[in-house]
Design a protein around this ligand. Structure first.
Ligand code: HEC
Length: 127
């Protein structure tokens, strides 16, 4: 395998990555795909409040005030940064001046790939 062949592969890889990282909705989001692990964690830890549909209509949300946001809201999706989502997921609402009913997930601090998957999951609800 010659050097030229290797560099062609490298160029393809870079382009491929560039495309997969490209944001589809214009939010500037660079979050990766929803990994199976992140999907599972979302189901186990988030759906009770945020709902299967991401609208904040989970069974535990009825008693919450404020309610979890409607993730399908395109205007909000366009304005919120991935880093803001990452921070509240790991540190919880209290750390960012939001409702303390949004719990922290300190075990995810050492699992940035899972956090990115959760961000991607939240992004996937955008209408
Ligand atoms: C006990 C209910 C509950 C659970 C469980 C929960 N959340 Fe939340 N979440 C909330 C509430 C309530 C808010 C709104 C806080 C506010 O607006 O002050 C919120 C806000 C958020 C936000 C910020 C949205 C915004 O308005 O900027 C993100 C992101 C988020 N949650 C992600 C998650 C993820 C991911 C999980 C699972 C790992 C999760 N939440 C689990 C209740 C919950």
């Amino acid at each position: 395998m010659g050097l030229r062949f290797v560099s062609v592969i490298a160029v393809i890889a870079v382009f491929g990555l560039g495309c997969s990282k490209k944001d589809e909705g214009g939010t500037g989001s660079t979050a990766s795909a929803v990994s199976p692990e992140a999907a599972e964690i979302f189901k186990q830890r988030c759906v009770t409040c945020h709902g299967d549909d991401g609208k904040g209509s989970g069974p535990a949300a009825a008693s919450l005030n404020p309610k979890p946001r409607d993730y399908t809201d395109a205007a909000w999706q366009g304005q919120v940064k991935d880093d803001e989502l990452r921070k509240i997921i790991v540190k919880g609402g209290a750390a960012v001046g939001k409702a303390t009913t949004m719990p922290p997930n300190p075990d995810l601090e050492s699992k940035p790939a899972v956090v990115d998957g959760l961000v991607a999951k939240i992004r996937s609800f955008k209408k």
